[in-house]
Design a protein around this ligand. Structure first.
Ligand SMILES: [Zn+2]
Length: 371
């Protein structure tokens, strides 16, 4: 079992440490989105220096390129991308179900590669095998993304996700035994809770996932922050307290991280911060700004005066504005360093505030200034 120590509680919020074979994660923590085994525009050295504790890669993308066998040959994801800290993989269910012409049966999902049209088939078993080959510390069970946000579609997706979870758990046990025999590092499985915005489905899914006794839980299928507090309260009051919970794909908006942590989530991942950075949309304590805006042309102040990232310590807004206007690669690099640093450190500050019993006042002062 994955070791998770809870050090402090405040309501259902908690501060803890997840112990993985590649090191510890102090939670709550923001996990960097390394979809294709890289965080866009950032080196792993930069990720390390900005304080990131863990990254999350996507199995779907790695199956297509470079192929999971190649990553295994390289010695696993951490070795391959030179990130010697904890790693997660998402199953890729979300990406596969978003493709056109996906054929879904009880048995498997068939789809065509978005790169060259080659045919692929993924089963819950093959998803587990692929994730073990990639070798991340923490895997997500293969889940079914709902066709729409309607109750019927959410229920159908949940039922299929539960059936597939049974198969993922079985396959995972087999692969774990094999790894133990071969004296390979342990890898851990998170079940994925579905149910959209419907509290009865979320409760049913949380109960089902908990009954399978996985190492932790992913909370999936959250598309908007609206109603997230109520949903997380339902789910996290049911999930066993002593296991970690990952809120999948949320954390673009600071309020998502506050609400996630307040309602008992331990880790978060989101492509939003670096994606926005590449478009010049940058976090500040006074809200997001678009650095391409003409008003920054003569602004020689740092992007954020109290940020100690490489971008804010060394460069000013006028320079960043110039880099974006001239489409320099460095614009994307510096902006990504800042935005990723911002969400990683915001989550660190949330962790400290829960520890110090100041979460409520920190949340209020941060959010009232930001929004
Ligand atoms: Zn900064």
């Amino acid at each position: 079992m994955l070791k998770f120590d809870i050090e402090k509680r405040d309501g259902i919020a908690r501060v803890g440490v997840i112990h993985t074979p590649h090191g510890d994660i102090k939670t709550p923590a923001f996990v960097g989105a390394a979809t294709r085994a890289t965080v866009k525009a950032l080196t792993m050295k930069e990720m390390n220096e900005l304080g990131s504790q863990a990254i999350l890669a996507n199995t779907y993308h790695l199956i297509l390129r470079p192929g999971v066998e190649l990553i295994k040959e390289a010695g696993g994801l951490a070795e391959f991308c030179s990130w010697h800290k904890p790693t997660f993989t998402d199953s890729g269910g979300f990406q596969i179900f978003s493709l056109p012409n996906v054929k879904i049966t009880e048995e498997s999902v068939k789809f065509k590669s978005h790169i060259d049209g080659a045919n692929f088939e993924i089963t819950p078993e093959s998803s587990m095998q692929a994730q073990w080959a990639i070798g991340a510390d923490i895997h997500m069970a293969f889940d079914h993304l709902a066709k729409s946000e309607s109750y019927e579609d959410m229920k159908e997706a949940m039922i299929r996700t539960h059936a597939w979870l049974d198969r993922c758990v079985k396959e995972n046990e087999k692969l774990a035994k094999l790894a133990k025999k071969n004296k390979e590092p342990e890898q851990y499985l998170y079940a994925v809770v579905q149910g959209g915005t419907f509290n009865d489905l979320r409760a049913e899914s949380a109960k089902y996932c908990a009954s399978k006794n996985p190492d932790g839980f992913g909370i999936g299928g959250v598309f908007t922050a609206e109603g997230m507090d109520k949903m997380l309260k339902t789910v996290n009051s049911i999930l066993p307290e002593d296991k970690p919970r990952h809120l999948l794909g949320m954390g673009q908006e600071p309020i998502d991280i506050f609400v996630g942590a307040e309602y008992g989530c331990d880790t978060f991942d989101c492509v939003g911060p670096t994606r926005m950075a590449r478009n010049g949309s940058l976090y500040t304590n006074d809200g997001r700004i678009n650095i391409k805006n003409a008003k920054y042309k003569h602004d020689f102040t740092p992007l954020m005066s109290d940020c100690d990232c490489e971008c804010c310590k060394n460069y000013n807004r006028a320079y960043l504005h110039h880099l974006f206007k001239t489409d320099e690669i460095t614009a994307k690099v510096l902006a990504s360093i800042h935005n990723e640093h911002f969400v990683v450190h915001l989550t660190d500050r949330i962790r400290e505030s829960i520890k110090n019993d100041t979460f409520g006042s920190f949340k209020e002062s941060f959010l009232s200034r930001y929004y």
